[in-house]
Design a protein around this ligand. Sequence first.
Ligand code: DUC
Ligand code: ZN
Ligand code: ZN
Length: 486
Amino acid sequence: MSFDLIVRRAQVATAADLFLCDIGIAGGRITALGERLQADAHTREIDAAGRFVTPGGVDAHCHLDQPMLPPARLADDFETGTRSAACGGTTTVIPFAAQQKGHSVQAAVEDYHRRADGKASVDYAFHLIVSDPTPTVLHEELPALIEQGYTSFKIYMTYDDMKLDDRQLLELLEVARRHGAMAMIHAENTDAIAFLTERLLGAGKTAPRFHGLSRPSPVEREATHRAITLAELVDVPILIVHVSGAEAVEQIRWARGKGLNVQAETCPQYLFLTQDDMALEGFLGARCVCSPPPRDKANQQVIWDGLVDGLFSIVSSDHAPFNYDGDSGGKRLGGKEPAFPYIPNGIPGIETRLPLLFSEGVLAGRISLQQFVALTATNAARLYGLYPRKGTIAVGSDADLVIWNTGTPHTIRNETLHHAADYTPYEGMELQAWPAMTLLRGETVWDGEHFLGRAGAGRFLRCDKPEAARPRPRQTSWRRWEGLDE
Ligand code: DUC
Ligand code: ZN
Ligand code: ZN
């Protein structure tokens, strides 16, 4: 057997195991895992002795160059966003091709390919966002796109330009069921947010921290419950994205207790930020404005508990980077300090996701290394139809690897990150882990100091229909009794 590259004496972690071996790589894939693999004249070698090696991260929720309602504008396009991903150990990203109301989903997909082509330096797939589920979208476009490898879509229950009502949600869930796609739900009650926002503004409460009060936990709890109930009626698995705290978690636990197939995602902001970060002096709190908003320490603990006991399948970044300053499009909207409803919702985090969770999760003893791998790579690949090509270290998988430096403290500084945003909410945090090297299909894209990837080297990935999106037979589903199961 001949190898292009051998990674020697790696402490390989998968979602199931931890073992010491050499990793043999040829043609961008892992072709052997074994002891003392034989090199030949052209084989490159990397000595990973004493280091953990994990699968390249799969960031299944990030926003890159996604058109926003003006004046908001994302700081990262595919070039800067995927560069940042690579330097933080992520080798596959799944951002969103967002349908604009009045336009087709197909147009969004074509536009999004143009934005990614020639720019991405890590591999990428697309989720869809459906904001205008016309009969053509439901019965022609989505079924065709799902067959072509766009096998997941996000449904918003809030935001004027995106939100769907319950009837539309049901119709989309039915498409997911019929065609085997994964439905991702942003669960916040839009009318409750509008009501609370109006009352807060009427009382002159405009500062960034009131963003949190306009979307308190019950707003998320109610929408989570409603999404679960609608999915129960259609009898289809769903995934609740960016779960922020205890009240939504309770709903998901309740649903699981009933035997419903509800998957859940959380994000670093719900583990490391709180509402106090939105109350920082001056306008600085705007930096941590995202939706759902960060809660409090007790809620953080509930989210950690959910990582430990398997409530959450994935930790994604929800990287939605807006500049704080900048001329336009950012949190301060060209130097002005807008009232909270006009602060763009989202924070950067594509580069810090893995190191935060490795350091504060694994090395701090909160989760196991195998759980880290499952949460940051394997489960995302499984949930979105990319497994086993992505998300694991196995013979036949792409040689996407992270070699970890766990011996040297690393302080997060925005100036050393590689995104285009002008801040990180984690500025000054000292971590005990940072990628020493990231490999994409056997090529080094990050060497611990420098980005070595190339814009355009990232490949588009068609997703299979996820096993996890397939409805399981259940005794209790009314559909079965009424003969509505196809
Ligand atoms: N939802 C997201 O998924 N990302 C950014 C903002 C939001 O509300
Ligand atoms: Zn969302
Ligand atoms: Zn998002």
